[in-house]
Design a protein around this ligand. Structure first.
Ligand code: HEM
Length: 355
């Protein structure tokens, strides 16, 4: 008898003694009988025990909690899989197969798309000279909320991608020692920054939601696609329709998906089933790919894509020319006093857009 066989013999004996129900005792007895017969017919082959273990049926355990009596989950089929495997194996195949393959390609194609756009169209520059007069575009609280979300998002994206693709992409290049160190760092960063990201998102929602509802000018912006391809000027309010889309789809919808699934994965001590964690992992990965893909567009437009945009979020002020050329309706509201916004006075000492 192998050591494993002996171990299972002992475990089954303990389980049989402790079982409160006669039915379970009967089942264990049947299994033990089947195993005893098998031991004579095929010594060393303890298939009946493993068949029981892999059935997903709950057996006795002294550990309290849901599913603690199940050593291996029941057989299951994930999308795209031809054969049944135990649920854990089916999830693993799905994660390491279609999710990684298509997710990886979506990210690569999106990054190349943004690069191609930049190479063809170049940065969007101001048409007129900056006036030197500045308008406050984002107050301190708005900037704190933005940078808390942005910085934690970048850390989560980089650490998450390391956990997801690292074993296949980084390990062969950097070797085991460095990879083990890097992944442990990524995992701990991800675990601690995750809750901070959730709280920052809540703050961001509260601070920005008022300017992200449908408003006059959005219809025209959609028809003209923001003038992104033609270069035509399309007046918009404080945020244009593209920015509003990023807010509702990226920040709100995908933010909720990432937060809820992330918290399910981060705190497995709330009695959730293994299936729930596997599904959470699948939606976490799909959400991550979607959010990172969209973020490429946002980060591009907020940095090298649109001249002066980054300065606005960094220092809080934009030049009047910038305001007029990018958010004309908002600019008019500020000038007419309809919308309160601090004036930055002259450009001296304050960050400016350049021509
Ligand atoms: C928007 C930001 C986020 C992105 C882009 C992201 C991305 C990822 C990715 C790609 C993985 C790897 C999945 C795998 O390898 O199977 C992952 C794992 C994980 N994420 Fe996130 N995530 C984000 C937010 C969060 C949040 C807000 C939390 C928690 C509150 C969280 C908690 C976790 C946990 C616990 C894991 C499992 C880590 C492990 O395998 O040990 N994530 N994330």
């Amino acid at each position: 008898m192998t050591r494993l066989g002996k171990l299972f013999g002992v475990l089954l004996a303990i389980a049989a003694c402790a079982l409160p129900s006669a039915v379970l005792a009967q089942q264990a007895g049947d299994s033990a009988n089947a195993q005893a017969e098998r031991r004579i017919a095929q010594p060393g082959n303890n298939a009946p025990v493993w068949r029981d273990v892999k059935s997903g049926e709950a057996n006795y355990t002294g550990i309290p909690g849901r599913e603690t009596g199940v050593l291996i989950q029941e057989p299951l089929k994930f999308p795209g899989q031809s054969a049944f495997a135990t649920a854990g194996e089916a999830w693993r195949n799905f994660r390491n197969g279609p999710l990684m393959f298509y997710g990886g390609w979506v990210l690569i194609i999106a990054a190349l798309g943004v690069l191609a756009f930049y190479l063809v169209k170049g940065a969007l520059k101001l048409k007129e000279k900056p006036t030197g007069r500045l308008i406050e575009r984002f107050n301190t609280l708005e900037r704190i909320a933005h940078w808390c979300v942005a910085i934690s998002f970048v850390i989560l994206a980089l650490s998450g991608l390391t956990i997801l693709f690292g074993k296949f992409v980084l390990l062969p290049v950097i070797g085991y020692t460095l990879f083990a160190w890097l992944t442990a760092l990524a995992k701990n960063l991800h675990n601690f920054i995750g809750p901070f990201f959730v709280l920052s998102l809540l703050l961001m929602f509260v601070v920005y939601v008022k300017d992200n509802f449908w408003s006059a000018g959005d219809g025209r912006w959609i028809v003209k696609a923001g003038g992104l391809l033609t270069g035509e000027h399309v007046p918009s309010g404080r945020f244009n329709f593209g920015e509003k889309g990023w807010f509702w789809i990226g920040v709100v919808l995908l933010g909720i998906v990432m937060s809820v699934t992330g918290l399910i994965l981060l705190f497995p001590n709330f009695d959730q089933l293994r299936t729930t964690m596997q599904q959470a992992n699948v939606f976490h990965i799909i959400g991550a790919v979607a959010l990172i893909t969209l973020s490429f567009g946002h980060i591009y437009l907020g940095t090298i894509g649109v001249e002066g945009a980054y300065q606005g979020m960094r220092a809080g002020f934009v030049d009047e020319t910038w305001a007029k050329e990018h958010h004309e309706l908002w600019y008019r509201d500020v000038k007419s006093g309809k919308v309160a916004a601090k004036s930055g006075g002259s450009a001296a000492g304050a960050p400016q857009t350049q021509h």
